[in-house]
Write a protein that binds this ligand. Structure first.
Ligand code: DUC
Ligand code: ZN
Ligand code: ZN
Length: 471
């Protein structure tokens, strides 16, 4: 058999095995694994390099409306380009329903922004902010059937927070349809109370963002989200977990046999609340929610990754610029309350996990693959097409130089933000060549892919849909 491409001489790793072999690619898929595969139109030499499933980042925000005067720093072109440079071949951004608007229309709007503009593959999660009868009864079930099989609900934020009653309603739809519910777990009223109190005391500098959302705020909401999911008997993903107490809530639920999944992110491994203490407004560069905590919390997040409490590691890329349209907007409102929550990280997620995790011996290479790709595909209905290196899977591959040393800095990144919160962090290991469905997107650090080559992926239900009474 003649292949379109052969990746030759590398060390292949999946979520379970590490082995030396060549990878034959034909028609955009992996067609053979073995030695002496013969001829191909293109030979990619991977001697001394790692050949891994392309990263899947299942938590990113792109072109998301973020409030008056605030513009997100990435569109689909820049975000998917930066993602590719960071070792990714698929991203799952959010499609956010705004209150008073139709969910179906939100999906059309996001497709208009994304279609024809992506370098790598994309699949949308939904955000439900207005669960009307129309949304719950018609739009959401129809969209889940169409392949938008996961959605996020928020327990905080003025224009997004759902009541417990509303969360129960949307979880019921997930149970009927086999969708997965993702939860942003922070207690809205507690945050509002603490924020007002801090402001009255004149404590408005960026680092008070951390004081306004302390660990108990996250722990309580995590417990409540799990309780609501238990009542409905539906799987739930607690996203962006930042600390031990929330992690232990998830662990306890898992030990009780509940289908509760956990996610953590780079900011909870390498940043702390101290980073928000920069001079002037520099601290805003680190403002995200939940906020970075302390060294003990970082350690807890590592334990969660090592012990399987967290099955996915995502960036929560939510990019703003450090200017009047981003972190410093809107004018005159200097309190932390008005700083947009979110930091860029789509390109640095995997180098940080590889260097801090694999190189420093905290996790092995197979766990790295699981946390960066395979578990995302399994959790969100893309497996086995995506997330592994196996015959028949899409040829979505990241070739890594495992010994390259890089100092992360804004100068070398490709995102739309004008800063990186990971400036100056030294990492070992860097993704150098990425293929999406067999086509090279980044070739030894150079962009060769085509804008528009990335496709939208409809996804399977994540659990078998429940029979309704009518059936
Ligand atoms: N939640 C997210 O998931 N991302 C950024 C901000 C937030 O609160
Ligand atoms: Zn969130
Ligand atoms: Zn997010």
């Amino acid at each position: 058999m003649a292949f379109d491409s052969i990746i030759r001489g590398g060390t292949v790793a999946t979520a379970s095995d590490t082995f030396s072999c060549d990878v034959g690619i034909a028609g955009g898929r992996i067609a053979a694994l073995g030695h002496d595969l013969g001829e191909a139109g293109r030979i990619i030499d991977a001697t001394g390099q790692l050949v891994l499933p392309g990263g899947i980042d299942s938590h990113v925000h792109i072109s998301q409306p973020s409030g008056p005067g605030i513009v997100m720093a990435d569109d689909f072109e820049s975000a998917t380009r930066a993602a590719a440079f960071g070792g990714n071949t698929t991203v799952l951004p959010f499609c956010m329903q705004e209150r008073g608007h139709s969910l179906r229309q939100a999906v059309r709007d996001y497709h208009a922004k994304a279609d024809g503009n992506c370098y790598i593959d994309v699949s949308f999660h939904l955000i439900i902010s207005d669960p009307t009868d129309q949304v719950l009864g018609q739009e959401l079930p129809a969209l889940i059937k169409d392949g938008y099989s996961s959605f996020k609900v928020f327990m905080t934020y003025e224009d997004l927070a759902l009541s417990d009653r509303q969360i129960l309603e949307v979880m019921s739809v997930a149970r009927e349809t086999g969708a997965l519910v993702m939860v942003h777990a922070e207690n809205f009223d507690a945050i509002r109370f603490l924020t007002d109190r801090l402001e009255r005391a004149g404590k408005t500098a960026p680092h008070f963002h951390g004081s306004s959302r302390p660990i108990p705020v996250e722990r309580e909401a995590t417990h409540r989200a799990i309780t609501l999911a238990e009542l409905i008997d539906v799987p739930v993903m607690i996203v962006h977990v930042s600390n031990r107490e929330a992690m232990e809530e998830i662990r306890r639920a898992q030990q009780r046999g509940l289908k509760v999944f956990g996610e953590t992110c780079p900011q909870y491994l390498v940043l702390t609340e101290k980073d928000m203490e920069g001079l002037n407004m520099e601290g805003t560069k680190y403002v995200c929610s939940p906020p970075p905590r302390d060294v003990a919390s970082q350690q807890a997040c590592w334990e969660g990754l090592q012990q399987g409490v967290f099955s996915v590691f995502s960036s929560d890329h939510c990019p703003f610029r450090y200017d009047e349209q981003g972190k410093l907007a809107p004018k005159g409102r200097t309190s932390f309350r008005w700083v947009p929550n979110g930091i860029p990280g789509i390109e640095t997620r995997l180098p940080i996990l590889f260097s801090e995790g694999v190189v420093k011996g905290r996790i092995d290479l197979n766990r790295f693959v699981a946390l960066s790709a395979t578990n995302h595909a399994r959790t969100y209905g893309l497996y086995p097409r995506k997330g592994t290196i196996a015959v028949g899977a899409d040829a979505d591959i990241a070739i890594w130089n495992p010994v390259r040393e890089v100092v992360i800095s804004q100068d070398i990144l490709h995102h739309g933000s004008d800063y990186t919160p990971y400036e100056g962090i030294r990492v070992t290991g860097w993704p150098v060549t990425m293929l999406v469905r067999g086509e090279i997107v980044v070739d030894d650090g150079k962009l060769v892919g085509r804008k528009g080559a990335g496709q939208h992926l409809a996804r399977d239900p994540v659990t078998p849909p429940k029979m309704t009474l009518a059936q």
